[in-house]
Design a protein around this ligand. Structure first.
Ligand code: UD1
Length: 426
């Protein structure tokens, strides 16, 4: 399965932001913390959500996913099996977020070591250490995470790094622990705030979400909830970059512009015009963009999940740009593919030096992972001639109907599902 893309058409029009993948997967996991009905709205119809729902069903959850309405109804009233055998779990990083809720609810769990994108070694030590502080025996054995606790006791936990996944897992587990947990150096990402907001509606006592210190007072039980997932700043951001790179004019609807601030500042630095009005962000580019630098960091720093997209922009910007990747070590896997399209890019360790070229040329390229794949689509949209982007199942994990959204704003893009395909330019 691949995308056939003819580049060179500026994107013009409106695009709606989907619900946030990284929020929705955590919220699905959090549904295990109550026996009552949980209704999630604005859930994106993407493969990672489908996989997460399959996993929940394999544990005994009753889940209905209305993909058209983007609504998920979950009931965990019956028995829940806390040991995950499903091989799908090892392919999905978000399966790790089931450990906290299962430990809190069932007192034990085991799951295959989670995979996800090939963007780095992705250790889980912070999760295990945190569960240990709360009184659990948590370890990695024969490729499985095993955790057990007679009861969880609230404690002070200091995270060596503000890990998003560890913050979410420990927040969920300590919501049902005895006493108070203080989570220091916690992640401040909007998706963490979204999770805290849902847990609070369920009756959890959480303060400080969105800051470096979370205070969680454990309660005995949590109730059902109806919750609307926040917009996906990474998906929305990807379309803004797509518009900038094709020198188009695009309005992103249903977004939270504040969450996009690190991106918007950089787009402006590159020479794009940005206009924010309520939940809409407009981007407009007329001339050639200028070189700029980015360094990825935990929120509110520049997000690693938008680094590859901005790298594409840099390949066409005038001058030399520097990318410093501090979060995941393997985020430069797309560079060999970009070189096939004529990009001038050199990588060393955590850095990439990119000298803007006059144009990229269509080529046959392969998506290395989710964000890398989406970024190659952007490169193809801006390139002269035809490109094929292969292995787009990576993109389907996180982007709902990417080709439809892009087509609506003027892109020439087709999903090719059959073996025979149109020829790409050299
Ligand atoms: C989440 C996002 C992912 C995003 C990342 C950083 C989901 C499903 N995925 O991933 O899209 O790129 O945040 O914004 O929400 N680390 C450790 N030990 C641990 C845990 C993490 O050393 O126990 C390190 C990681 O290797 C990485 C850094 O911490 O270098 C950040 O990882 P983390 O914030 O945990 O990312 P994820 O939750 O996996």
């Amino acid at each position: 399965m691949h995308y056939w893309i003819e580049g060179g058409f500026p994107l013009r029009g409106n695009v709606k932001c989907q619900g946030a993948k990284n929020s929705a997967v955590q919220l699905l996991a959090a549904s295990l913390l109550t026996r009552e009905l949980v209704i999630l709205e604005n859930v994106p119809a993407i493969e990672d959500i489908v996989s997460m729902i399959d996993l929940l069903r394999s544990l005994g959850s009753q889940v209905e996913f209305d993909q058209k309405r983007h609504r998920v109804c979950i009931e965990n009233a019956g028995p829940i099996h806390p040991h995950i055998q499903n091989p799908q779990a090892s392919a999905l990083r978000a399966s790790l977020s089931l450990v906290g809720p299962l430990l809190a609810r069932e007192g034990e769990t085991s799951i295959p070591f989670p995979g996800g994108c090939n963007i780095g070694s992705r250790p889980i030590d912070l999760h295990l250490k945190g569960f240990g502080v709360l009184g659990a025996d948590a370890l990695l054995e024969h490729g499985r995470i095993i955790a057990k606790a007679r009861s969880l006791q609230g404690k002070r936990i200091y995270l060596d790094y503000p890990s998003v996944g560890a913050t979410a897992n420990l927040m969920m587990a300590s919501s049902l622990a005895r006493g108070e947990t203080i989570l220091e150096n916690a992640a401040e990402e909007p998706e963490i705030v979204d999770l805290a907001n849902m847990l609070k509606k369920m009756g959890a006592k959480i303060r400080g979400a969105g800051t470096k210190m979370l205070q969680i007072r454990g309660v005995q039980w949590l109730k059902g909830v109806r919750h609307h997932v926040i917009p996906d700043r990474i998906e929305g951001g990807t379309y803004l970059v797509a518009a900038a790179i094709t020198r188009g004019k695009l309005s992103l609807q249903d977004s939270i512009p504040q969450h996009l601030e690190p991106l918007l500042v950089k787009l402006q630095e590159a020479g794009a015009t940005i206009d924010v009005n309520g939940n809409k962000v407009k981007v407009f580019v007329s001339g050639r963009l200028r070189a700029f630098d980015i360094k990825t960091m935990p929120y509110p720093g520049f997000p690693t999940d938008l680094q590859n997209q901005m790298t594409i922009l840099m390949t066409l910007a005038e001058g030399t740009s520097l990318v410093t990747e501090t979060v995941f070590e393997n985020r430069f896997l797309l560079t060999s593919e970009l070189r096939k399209m004529g990009a001038d890019i050199r990588t060393e360790g955590h850095g990439a030096l990119i000298t803007g070229v006059d144009h990229l040329t269509g080529a046959r390229v392969t998506a290395p992972n989710l964000r890398g794949g989406a970024s190659l689509v952007l490169a193809a949209l801006s390139a002269q001639g035809v490109s094929e982007v292969h292995d787009i199942q990576h993109i389907d994990r996180g982007y709902e109907k990417m080709e439809e959204k892009l087509e609506q704003v003027g892109a020439k893009i087709q999903r090719i599902e059959l073996k025979g395909s149109k020829d790409a330019n050299p």
